[in-house]
Ligand binder design. Sequence first.
Ligand SMILES: [Zn+2]
Length: 75
Amino acid sequence: MSEMRRGCIAIGTIKCDMCGNTMEHGKRYLLLEDEEDETIKKRYCIDCCTSNGYADYVIEKGEKVLTFFADHPSS
Ligand SMILES: [Zn+2]
């Protein structure tokens, strides 16, 4: 299965498909879409993303910025 990952911003309140936490309107989250079946979609909150290697904080111009990774790091 190949998937596409996109960093999104919550419209309304949505639920994380990994931990079940709710994400409030305006919060950033990761959307995973199956490239073969677009009805399969998963939404992961920031906590799940950072603890599973989907996203991490990087320092950019002296500020902590959240970055979503397009691919899961293999190492
Ligand atoms: Zn979560």
